[in-house]
Design a protein around this ligand. Structure first.
Ligand code: M6R
Length: 613
């Protein structure tokens, strides 16, 4: 949550910052601001609203500067308004600071600073930090970097910050703990950002900062990194693999639509080099050293949040069926706040698109502390979760910018399928013909996804009929129960229609009371183990006049006779149905949200990367 970007070099900082903020806007869009330093003057522009509102606010005013910092906010402490927008300043007015994270002990620090005569303007925790740095700088007579270090030694919480000092236009200081921060190294110029997206068009050379590090970016002396204990650290420079086109809408109206349509490609990328049909094997290089541990595992725990948790639920069915290992799937936020039984024999699979979700990170730390082996499934390369896990497999879905997760889900499920297949084969629980049949079926999934996408016109027609429904139910069974949950989440988060996902058979234990002739019920009723049972559930809904929108297997005639609408998907093996059946549900939500005039890519109150608890 919150995106930060900074520039120090010879070029004009403002266009770089604004462009960077647009790229980071998925992280929060409650307010935006920049601080620009030129001719010993700090100029701050900030306002409530989106980056476009900031541009309108600045329109025509001077932005000349080759040092600047920028911020786009997802509000935690204090409502979204002009005053709470970043950057913030201390009492002297010499410093400007941007922050992503939460300063948990801001209250006692603020009390002490107020006692020392500091006057606060905003309700934010961030303002406390800049006052503290300002206070230390002046009272201790130290330079900015040392003042930052001393201040951070007093701070409890999470932060990625960049600070600039009116008196020293050659330097910016950045620091991180539990919130991401990337440094870009150009020719005589430096960039800092919450992720690499604002940097990629300027340089491919980046340093991902580690927790507890403080970086000094100096025009004359280059980059120097120390940790909070003042020990010198050697920056590890990496080359970015990100491509600019991946960050553009590519002709689509929204990132979400582009990302839905990318799924044939992204699923293929998730399998690339891992699924070898000719040899009849699955190789996941990232977890190779842990294969035996998986084979011997008595239990797997899967942790994640939101859509990643739904993917984890599919993973539960996959691992139990293919590898016969008991699996428990936990919301990371619940797992971390109870006292779970975790031991050295456990494998914990942490799933996260962003690799930055605070609750998932905390769950990993807890499980790691108890000796479990942690395997990550992340999309963002170099992200915090990817770095704190023992091993893992990237999903390779490419950047996902729409706040609603789509291609990340199918990529996560693809990687979980590969993992479960690989372990099942190694363990001997998934033998011969079945293993090979599944490999072939999996290989065919990208083409089948492409076929599902061709139903979009029909889906749009259905969306138009149900766009004004106040509620919706989603039903699935077995492998498609998590898909029902995911379909409901998609509708809720982008169209603001109340939706519930249920196991189809559970409906009669309560939710059936909600059904009347105005209730759309989306049912995944594909051919497979639970088909007849789901058909009975559809009958139950019809008997109460509910409106059925069914996702069925191509050629189905039984459900066609019962349902108000059917959307056909190609036939595949039961365990792979989630990869196909989720696509129409993503498209339905997308089109309903567009028809309702909702901001699909930036739904209200949400942010892409939830780096607060
Ligand atoms: O980056 P992560 O996968 O860890 O994010 C987890 C959730 O915040 C995320 O899936 C969220 O639920 C999405 N908005 C769902 O579309």
């Amino acid at each position: 949550m919150c995106g930060i970007v900074a520039y120090l070099g010879e070029k004009q900082a403002y266009p770089i910052l604004i462009n960077g903020l647009r790229r980071l806007e998925y992280r929060g869009y409650d307010s935006a601001g920049v601080a620009l330093l030129a001719d010993d003057q700090l100029t701050i522009y900030k306002c409530q609203g989106k980056v476009s509102d900031l541009e309108a606010h600045i329109n025509g005013r001077s932005t000349v500067a080759n040092l600047g910092i920028g911020h786009t906010r997802w509000a935690t402490h204090g409502p979204p308004n002009d005053v709470n927008a970043h950057p913030h300043q201390g009492t002297s007015g010499d410093l400007a600071l941007i922050h992503n994270g939460i300063i948990e002990n801001y209250a006692p620090i603020k009390e002490e600073l107020v006692h020392r005569g500091h006057v606060f303007k905003s309700d934010t925790d961030t303002e406390v930090l800049v006052h503290l740095i300002d206070d230390i700088q002046r009272s201790e007579g130290v330079d900015l970097a040392e003042a930052v270090r001393l201040a951070l030694a007093n701070v409890v919480g999470a932060y990625a910050i960049v600070v600039i000092d009116r008196k020293n236009p050659d330097v910016m200081v950045a620091a991180r703990k539990s919130s991401p921060l990337v440094i870009g190294l150009g020719e005589g110029e430096f960039f800092c950002a919450s992720d690499a997206t604002p940097i990629v068009e300027h340089t491919k050379n980046v340093v991902y900062m580690e927790d507890g590090e403080i970086a000094v970016l100096d025009r004359r002396q280059g980059l120097k990194i120390r940790n909070i204990k003042n020990q010198v650290k050697t920056p590890f420079i990496q080359e970015l693999e990100l491509h600019l086109e991946a960050l553009e809408k590519g002709g689509y109206d929204h990132f979400m639509l582009k990302e839905i349509h990318e799924q044939s490609r992204s699923i293929r990328d998730s399998m690339r080099g891992r699924l070898n049909l000719a040899k009849g094997e699955v190789v996941l290089g990232g977890i190779k050293d842990y294969e035996q541990k998986f084979v011997n595992a008595k239990r797997i725990l899967i942790v994640g949040c939101g859509t990643s948790w739904h993917a984890g639920m599919v993973g539960e069915y996959l691992f139990e069926e293919f590898a016969r290992i008991p699996v428990e799937v936990e919301y990371a936020s619940e797992f971390r706040y109870r006292n779970p039984v975790v031991n050295e024999d456990d494998i914990v699979i942490a799933i996260s698109q962003s690799g930055e979700t605070a609750d998932t990170l905390a769950a990993i730390e807890l499980a790691k502390g108890r000796g479990a082996t942690i395997i990550g499934i992340c999309n963002v390369v170099g992200s915090s979760i990817a770095r704190v896990t023992h091993a893992g497999s990237y999903t390779h879905a490419g950047p996902e910018i729409g706040v609603a997760s789509t291609k990340a889900f199918t990529a996560q499920v693809t990687v979980l399928t590969l993992m479960a297949l690989m372990i099942g084969q190694k363990k001997g629980t998934l033998i011969g013909g079945n293993f090979h049949r599944l490999l072939n079926e999996l290989d065919a999934i990208p083409d089948k996804v492409q076929k599902v996408l061709k139903t979009e016109a029909q889906i749009k027609y259905i969306a138009d009929i149900y766009k004004d429904a106040p509620n919706a139910l989603y039903l699935g069974r077995g492998y498609t129960f998590p898909v029902a949950l995911e379909g409901a989440l998609k509708l809720k988060e982008i169209s603001y229609i109340h939706a519930e996902g249920y196991p189809a058979a559970e409906m009669k234990h309560g939710p059936i009371a909600l059904i009347d002739d105005s209730m759309p019920v989306f049912v995944i009723a594909t051919k497979g183990a639970s088909y007849e049972k789901v058909v009975s559930n559809i009958q139950e809904v019809k008997a109460r006049k509910g409106r059925i929108i069914a996702i069925v297997t191509e050629g189905d005639t039984v459900v066609k006779d019962l349902a108000d609408h059917v959307i056909e998907i190609p036939e595949t093996a039961d365990p792979l149905v989630p990869l196909l059946s989720v696509v129409p549900l993503q498209l339905i939500s997308y089109h309903i949200a567009v028809m309702r005039g909702c901001n699909v890519d930036q739904p209200r109150n949400l942010a892409k990367s939830v780096t607060v608890e």
